[in-house]
Design a protein around this ligand. Structure first.
Ligand code: GDP
Ligand code: MG
Length: 439
């Protein structure tokens, strides 16, 4: 979706003046782009109509920068269609009850674990996980395993119990043990089925959940929309979780699900790891769709993962020219922790364009792994003082890390250059009193 829209808006941006004809052409492209991204036909039609009305209603011809104006309108309408303001989770009630529903394989169990972790980490809650899928033999085990991995308590359900009873008993247990939020991981089927809906309705009646989150697999596109509508009709869901947004889902489901159910998207699953769950921000998502990048998400990600004190320490070292290969490796590992570089690049405005121009080149992750292997093969003394690394040491390091001596030399050369460059930068900005380095 992003690439296609980017092309459209690049064309508009290039125009000095926008005629009504241009608006028509642009909107036709927008329409195609949205349909191609698997947005529901009706949703696209309404969307384009609203943008046209607003664009024509405003005096675009006299506007100084009409291209920007259209982009702005599309952006605003996208935010609107995605739900306007971000919607908080309802965590009222003691304990708060969150019921997670959806088809089999959509990601319910994974989402329960991810959400429990998020609630503990970011909301300082004490979550309790409840496996209530008694039909698939491994389903209870799966959640118990995740729970013990995360060191989060889970109700000891067994497959011979009734799911409605499990949930009621688990709720009582959570109260007794002082947990303040309960996550009910319910069963799913391959298709919507009445018996299951009855069971879910009974659980809802018994536990009065403040949140009923419908989990939709973004990869299923239009199907997700139909299924969401059915669950919503029967259970009156309170929100949607879109999973597998990290795959090549075309993103259109997000727009349609929201529009068709009228219920907000609250969370997005972005990977298989337990930390891969993000709160959904309509404005950021709209920007991302338009290829403006998602700087806020990037900043937030960096903030949670990088320790402020550590960062200050790094800067101190940089200033004092004590930045070693060891520090370099630490920084590299930190970048890796932020997620894939490829993923990070997507968050930076304009980068998708750059990536397209680069074509199918390898992203530098392999390169980073190689560099790390080389540094790993050095001794601590060598990492602290690369000048020690003479020819025989280079040979040893090359052998140890499975690269050529030339590659080791290249890394050392690059590192020295980088060190010099950082010195110049820090010296120029932060330390005016520092004597100039000889050229
Ligand atoms: P359930 O049947 O609804 O409980 O689905 P599961 O939680 O067992 O998930 C089914 C599969 O989808 C598992 O292999 C998960 O690892 C995977 N999965 C869930 N959420 C995500 C996500 O956000 N991204 C990716 N890539 N995979 C996911
Ligand atoms: Mg499951």
């Amino acid at each position: 979706l992003t690439d296609r829209l980017e092309d459209v808006f690049r064309k508009i941006r290039g125009q000095a003046r926008l005629t009504e004809e241009n608006v028509q052409t642009a909107l036709r492209e927008v329409r195609l782009a949205l349909l191609e991204a698997d947005v529901n036909f009706k949703v696209v039609k309404d969307f384009v109509e609203r943008v046209r009305e607003r664009a024509v209603g405003q005096d675009v011809l006299k506007s100084l920068n009409p291209g920007q104006q259209v982009v702005k309108i599309v952006h605003e309408e996208l935010i609107e269609i995605l739900g306007g303001q971000a919607t908080d989770l309802d965590l009222s009630g003691s304990p708060a009850v969150i019921m997670v529903v959806g088809l089999q394989g959509s990601g319910k169990t994974t989402t329960c674990a991810k959400l429990a972790l998020k609630l503990r980490r970011e909301f300082k809650r004490k979550p309790y996980l409840v496996p209530a899928d008694v039909y698939r033999p491994a389903a209870i085990d799966q959640l118990h395993k995740l729970a013990s991995q995360l060191d989060i308590e889970a109700y000891p359900s067994t497959p011979d119990q009734n799911p409605v009873d499990i949930c009621a008993a688990a709720l009582a247990e959570a109260k007794r043990t002082g947990h303040d939020v309960v996550l009910l991981d319910t069963a799913g089927r391959l298709h919507i089925d009445e018996a299951l809906m009855d069971e879910l309705a009974a659980i809802k009646a018994g536990c009065a959940p403040g949140e009923i989150l419908f989990v939709a697999d973004a990869m299923t596109g239009q199907d997700a929309v139909t299924v969401a509508a059915a669950f919503n009709e029967r259970l009156d869901i309170t929100g949607v979780v879109l999973t597998k947004m990290d795959g090549d889902a075309r993103g259109g489901a997000a727009l349609s699900v929201r529009q068709v159910t009228g219920k907000p998207i609250k969370l997005v699953g972005t990977g298989e790891k337990v930390s891969d769950l993000e709160l959904f921000y309509p404005d950021r998502a709209a920007s991302r769709i338009l290829g403006m990048g998602d700087i806020l998400t990037l900043i937030e990600k960096a903030q949670t993962d990088v320790d402020a004190e550590e960062a200050a320490e790094m800067e101190r070292k940089l200033r004092k020219a004590q930045f070693t290969l060891e520090d370099f490796r630490t920084q590299m590992r930190r970048i890796k922790k932020l997620g894939s570089l490829e993923g990070l690049l997507k968050l930076i405005p304009g980068m998708s364009q750059v990536r397209k121009q680069l074509g199918d080149v390898q992203m530098p992750e392999k390169e980073m792994a190689r560099v790390e292997a080389i540094i790993n093969s050095m001794t601590k003394a060598e990492r602290d003082n690369p000048k020690l690394i003479n020819t025989s040491r280079r040979e040893r390091i090359a052998k140890g890390s499975g690269v050529t001596v030339l590659e080791v030399s290249q890394l050392l050369k690059n590192f020295t250059q980088m060190q010099k460059m950082m010195q110049r930068m820090m010296g120029g900005k932060g330390m005016p009193s520092m004597p100039k380095m000889p050229p």
